[in-house]
Design a protein around this ligand. Structure first.
Ligand code: SF4
Ligand code: SF4
Length: 265
């Protein structure tokens, strides 16, 4: 979840950084963190949640999210909706806790730790580097407990490694597009980006029903995986985004299509 920045400790932490924290059902602040948050969702978050709920990506996006356009990059982001009342609770919170706990989004898993990504200079030039920080909201009494963690052990306990691995390429796209000099996206590219990032069922139809798989040189194994495996389709979406955003030539057009108009965006 994304707390107000005033509760974000302005100190960069590493995987070895220690903290004391415990969250459990009988703690007096139980569930207080699951309200009034602006939680940006990632492509893998949506795959997990829509599967858990047994609905399409379209239905998930319409029912549980709203879209926010980032002022700098002009990228569209899906944000988890909170209830539209005074309490502003997350739709998934129940008196027993999170009703989709095993499939909760990456930001919920990390909390009260936050994770950032920034370009840092290295011998090989600027490269993306992860950093961490603590979120210290006064509501959250977990810091008063005695169980000690490092950020690394917390990540393992919360099962966030898989989410990080799945979302890495997508987050790097966001970071690279944040660089000065990157053009703003027009509406057409914004909707392609939204579709490839979040609306996986629509993206599948788009890929299978257009000539995308014919035009680009994609080997048979990858082609088959794109057709049958949602994770492979999501990863192909990241490749496709890098290509249409002109960040990298991740896809190669077949010779026979080079002179023909390309229906790629
Ligand atoms: S998804 Fe679950 S853990 Fe995340 S804010 Fe909602 S109820 Fe809380
Ligand atoms: S300890 Fe913090 S994370 Fe746990 S329920 Fe309370 S407010 Fe939420």
């Amino acid at each position: 979840m994304l707390p107000s920045t005033k509760f974000v400790e302005p100190v960069e932490r590493t995987l070895d950084s220690k903290f004391k924290f415990r969250c459990y059902k009988d703690i007096s602040c139980f569930n207080k963190c699951c309200r009034h948050t602006d939680m940006l969702l990632t492509p893998y978050d949506i795959l997990r949640m829509k599967k858990r709920l047994g609905i399409s990506s379209k239905e998930f996006l319409e029912k549980y999210t709203y879209t926010q356009i980032d002022e700098n990059s002009s990228h569209p982001f899906a944000v988890l909706k909170m209830m539209d009342d005074k309490e502003g609770k997350c739709t998934f919170v129940t008196p027993e806790g999170c009703s989709i706990y095993e499939d909760r989004p990456a930001n919920c898993r990390y909390y009260p730790v936050g994770k950032g990504l920034m370009m840092k200079d290295s011998a090989k030039g600027p490269l993306p580097e992860e950093f961490y920080f603590f979120i210290r909201e006064p509501n959250c009494l977990g810091y008063e407990e005695d169980k000690e963690w490092t950020i690394e052990t917390w990540r393992i306990e919360q099962g966030v490694d898989l989410y990080d691995e799945m979302n890495k390429e997508w987050k790097e796209i966001q970071l690279r597009r944040d660089n000065p000099g990157q053009p703003k996206l027009d509406e057409k590219k914004q909707s392609l980006m939204y579709m490839a990032s979040y609306d996986i069922d629509k993206f599948r139809r788009f890929i299978l029903e257009s000539k995308v798989l014919d035009i680009f040189d994609i080997d048979n194994e990858e082609r088959e995986k794109i057709r049958t495996d949602e994770i492979a389709l999501m990863k192909f979406g990241f490749k496709y985004l890098k290509y249409i955003l002109m960040l990298e030539e991740t896809l190669k057009i077949k010779e026979e299509y080079k002179k023909v108009e390309q229906p790629v965006d």
